[in-house]
Design a binder for this molecule. Sequence first.
Ligand code: ADP
Ligand code: MG
Length: 688
Amino acid sequence: MPPTLSDPVQALPGIGPAKAQTLEKLRIATVGDLLEWYPRDYEDRRRIWPIRKAPVGEAVCVQGIVARDASTSYIRKGMHLTRTVVFDDSGSLTLTFFNQTFLARQLRTGASVVLYGRMEESNGRRSMSNPVCEPEGRGEITGRIVPVYPLTQGISSRQLSRWIGVALEACGDQLTDDLPEQVRLAHQLPPRGWAVRTLHAPEDFDRLALARRRLVFEELFYLTVGLARLHARRQAGEGCRCAHHPPEDYCALLPFSLTGAQRRTLGECFEDMASGRRMNRLIQGDVGSGKTAVAAGAVWLAAKSGWQAALMAPTELLAAQHYRTLSDLLSPAGIRVGLLTGSMRAKEKRDVRERLALGMLDLVVGTHALISEGTAFARLGLVITDEQHRFGVNQRSALVGKGDQNHPHVLVMSATPIPRTLALIIYGDLDVSIIDELPPGRQRVDTFLIGEDKRARMQGFIRTQVSQGHQVYIVCPAVEESEVPEAAPIHNATEYARELQTTVFPDLRVGLIHGRMKGSDKETTMARFVAGEIDILVSTTVIEVGVDVPNATLMVVEDADRFGLSQLHQLRGRVGRGSGKSYCILVSSTRGEETRERLRALCATTDGFKIAEKDLELRGPGDFFGSRQHGLPQLRVADLAGDTRVLYEARSAAEALIAADPELDEPKHRPIRERVQRLFTENPDIFN
Ligand code: ADP
Ligand code: MG
């Protein structure tokens, strides 16, 4: 019986239990898994250079005759050196191999070999060390485009390539095409089997691009089909019905009038909530665009309709701020607001939980403590998460799950403008409202990039700001001196705050806040800053999200090259929130032109979306989110920064499919359903 795709890898000739175990580390269990282990890169080894003409410093292929038997010498413990010389009609090349004594058998006088490695030259003599090497004519690792695989210890790329070759030989024909033919034709996608083969062993880069496009499309298609179903399913859920209240009644509570964008967004929320269906809405808006006022409106409507609401924030500071803002705003309307955070005393927590469970609170604002076991609601009808990208999809679901019988409405606020591609994926199951208008009177924060040479001037500027009665933030990349010595020392908040207070600004009030401080200490410090009792607040990125101090007019970021653009943009959003002219100074002594370019881009633009796109492009989605916490399936081939066009195509194909066959019941769509399910069962939580 020939092996099939679902057989364990051991069904393949040449893979025994030991190798199977190593592959297990890469989560490769079946022959099918092996075929889906795609290269991360390719080396073009097609061109064979004459030895003397090959460009120095580059990885190249050459072919030569071994001039004399390779000799191996013992250098020291664990280190053997094998050397020989090869030549072609252009010149000669010295080869050096470390700990590859077995090569001596191949490198016999007169043998013809092909080598691939970095060409070096010194005193006119050419050499390579540790090139890959094979006999002429074999053509396995030279003379072609060679895939480079992601690896684990104990497996080489060459080995993987060989096994994948065996697997393709044995099972390549079984790679069926699950994409509907009309989709394939409409989007000009080659067959799957061809694409997989080509990705592993491309003849040229044009074919490779076509194969890749096909697999990227497929991956994004299944993903968006899954998200569309999720969306449909959430929508289908009956929502906690809210009354039709005119938004004006709520607006009367506000000390300002809403911007057009806020009013539109609020209208969308009210409509969702009164529709009888569940709301699943994302509010995206740049820092300071006034998302909280909209969220408060949704809370107001829920409370007026007899439902409880929960607002989850990523940090204690932010939760506390929301608590203050919302209780100030909503208490006059008779709405009872509570706070629940991890650092509260046990008795206080118990008390809040009790009142929640009894329905004596209409809104609870809190941190992760909200999703812990002990928290129960009497009639939860609305779940709001702030700065969503800091929570996983799972955490959002966990809070929604507290709604027991009914299905709470979901409102997600995100201050990080997320590139559209990522928003589609991460929030693919949500409707989106965008607040693209800042409240009147907001001003542009002037941003400058400076080097060490301007430090004294900057300190003078800090002093000027403070003497005008304003306050200053200084953000450092680290909390304290690193235990791991850094290549270049960076500012740490603890040390820096001390230094500023003792030597630079002894007459000013310098404060310190960072993530490793106790919650209550952070609260106290922040409260003192808000109250104007601190002139200069030295901090880490804990202040990145949310907290509002209108009197702060200057943001200094030390070692700005250590931060992502979106993060810097967020930090910059901490100033310019009052009436005073505000500034952001990025300090960096980096000489890297690329990094400087990046930072200059930030000085030039204030559009959070543009910055986010740039960030995604430069640093990739993983970095964008700090870690893989968004809870969505890992992508194997697609690159969210580069494959935008394909994503849009795949998404429209997915939407058409779901519109035609929402449950994917038609027999010809069954394989798609299975695929989608498989994709999502790797992350089961997402479907709850
Ligand atoms: P975001 O959460 O979107 O960053 P906030 O909701 O915290 O923004 O609002 C930022 C500040 O702007 C708050 O002080 C808020 O009171 C104020 N604000 C919000 N909407 C308006 C508005 N329409 N007019 C004037 N000020 C507003
Ligand atoms: Mg906010």
